[in-house]
Design a protein around this ligand. Structure first.
Ligand SMILES: [Zn+2]
Length: 85
């Protein structure tokens, strides 16, 4: 019984050493970063700040107002009321 425990421990150690070496290799296929489709578009999307509260959010989720970008319609209206033209 003790022999099987030592054998199992041996295989676990070998498995860990091989896994560690594979992780250490630069450019190993298992560790190559895979960019999700459309990832570049999301990374290059500009971030805008809400003129009313200063919240930063992606431009695609922001609401465009006459003065700039807002996080929502409520803040666009609040900004228009606070600073009427
Ligand atoms: Zn806001």
């Amino acid at each position: 019984m003790k022999f099987f425990l030592l054998l199992g421990l041996f295989f676990v150690v070998v498995w860990l050493i091989r896994g560690g070496r594979r992780r250490g290799l630069p450019g190993a296929p298992a560790q190559a970063p895979v960019a999700p489709p459309g990832g570049d578009q999301a990374a290059s999307e500009s971030i805008v700040a809400c003129l009313h509260c200063g919240l930063h959010l992606p431009q695609s989720e922001a609401i465009s107002g006459a003065a700039g970008w807002f996080c929502g319609d409520a803040h666009r209206l609040a900004h228009d009321i606070a600073q009427p033209r």
